[in-house]
Design a protein around this ligand. Structure first.
Ligand code: GDP
Ligand code: ZN
Length: 288
């Protein structure tokens, strides 16, 4: 039987069956490499329990950032919605990291600037996002409190994952866009833990027949530790024209002579803040 993983909680998963029913499932074996959004083959082992036999090929896979080890967060996502707000302040670097995750998996990124009803704060937030707008990233301005619907057309036809620092309005958005989010969450919790309230690591909601939204409470940052230096370089979309142009093939774009990236920064073609973030990410990257 085929199904879709709609919730993940530790080694336990809730699989939605073709008839819409929910079945709690465990993966076969010790390794728990199943993610919310995965299409899986399952076998029912009892009325209220199943085993995940196989994971169908994925179109994309996203990791949660974790210093100790990489954890899967969502599979088969085709849009990352990065929620920031006019207040409180947000981190450019977290936005950059989410964009890098999107670029590396060839997922459509979308930046949402929330709380635009606080109009006096909008210009400063826009200025902070200008670097991303200049790179061609789409930015939608809205107010989740009373105009969350403005986001719905942007989600149509996609499996989107929401990411944002706490306080940006992610829950407000989910609750407005998924009116039965509470009921769906309770149903999933019940399936997971016989009625006990459980917070899941990730939940997939159906928005309509063609659109899905994956919310992961506490997801602030995607993991990039599985990417090597070349993959990180490519994920900075404005670096691409200069890659392979340095004098040294293994250039770290640091103090090497004739570095095409350093030259592009000096010429104003690459924003120095992005270059700094690149070096910071590479510095924390596992060397392979
Ligand atoms: P989360 O931590 O990202 O899930 O953020 P919440 O959805 O809990 O929102 C954080 C706070 O921002 C709450 O007090 C919300 O009421 C408030 N908030 C959310 N959206 C808006 C908005 O569009 N405008 C204003 N003014 N406040 C908002
Ligand atoms: Zn270089």
């Amino acid at each position: 039987m085929e199904g879709c993983v709609v919730a993940a909680h530790g080694r336990q998963y809730v699989v939605e069956l073709p008839d819409g029913g929910l079945l709690p499932c465990f993966p076969r074996g010790k390794r728990s490499d199943v993610a919310c959004g995965d299409r899986v083959d399952i076998q029912r082992t009892s009325d209220d329990q199943g085993v995940i036999e196989a994971i169908q090929p994925r179109t994309s896979l996203l990791y949660r950032s974790n210093v100790v080890r990489q954890k899967l967060i969502a599979a088969n996502v085709d849009q990352i919605v990065i929620v920031v707000a006019t207040e409180p302040g947000f981190s450019d670097e977290l936005v950059t990291r989410a964009l890098l995750a999107a670029e590396s998996e060839e997922i459509e990124p979308l930046i949402v600037l929330n709380k635009c009803d606080l109009s006096e704060r909008v210009p400063a937030a826009r200025a902070q996002l200008a670097v991303f707008a200049a790179l061609g990233y789409r930015i939608v301005e809205l107010s989740a409190r009373d105009h969350a619907e403005d986001l719905r057309p942007e989600l149509f036809g996609y499996t989107s994952v929401l990411v944002g620092q706490s306080g940006m309005g992610k829950s407000t958005l989910v609750n407005a866009l998924v009116p039965d989010a509470g009921a769906a969450t309770r149903e999933i919790s019940a399936a997971l833990d016989s009625g006990k309230h459980t917070t899941t690591h990730a939940t997939l909601y159906h928005l309509d027949a063609e659109s899905e939204l994956i919310d992961s409470p506490g997801l602030q940052e995607f993991g990039l530790g599985h990417l090597d230096r070349q993959e990180i370089e490519h994920a900075f979309r404005e670096f691409r024209p200069y890659l392979g142009q340095c004098r040294f093939r293994d250039c770290h774009h640091d103090r090497e002579p004739d570095c095409a990236l350093t030259a592009a920064v000096a010429a104003g073609r690459i924003d120095p803040r992005r270059f700094t973030v690149y070096h910071r990410i590479i510095g924390t990257q596992r060397v392979d």
